[in-house]
Design a protein. Sequence first.
Length: 188
Amino acid sequence: MQTRVPPGQTVTDGFPVLHYGQVPYYNDMSKWNLRVFGLVNEEREISYKSFMELPRQTFDNDIHCVTTWSKLGNVWEGVTVREVLGDLVIDPRARYVMLHAEHGWTTNLPVEDFLRDTSFLAIKHNGERLTPEHGYPVRMVVPHLYFWKSAKWLRGIEFMADDKPGFWERNGYHMYGNPWEEQRYDFD
């Protein structure tokens, strides 16, 4: 029987808050949008109102932070990546995605990880709307990778041909971040 906890992780009942920089607070949601751009047939900007009208699903998963904590049995409400993309056509040259968040924060993913059925854009965690500290209004959730890949305060999805490091990857974190292989840091 496989454990739900990757090597080097410790289970927590809490939901630690870790981030770099300021927490954004939104007073006027009419100014929030999600931009989809790069190697796609047409760039899009999805307003908060339009995003909130997309069909939602419930997702159950475990999450694993690079700082060695794991939180088991999370219940999220959110929108699938495929629902967000809709009829958008992704250029076949697009092999990577860069997630863009507030304050210039970014993280990279292979496109196949981004498009997995288990990847989604969350608006609620355990029945409660996300708090600003946990990514309100929308955060990416990619549960099979370390949690830094689940960008808080998501504002953009860029499809790219070549991989390039995001914020934490430029600062020594692994380019992929598989918790089962303990791909935490890459200081080479």
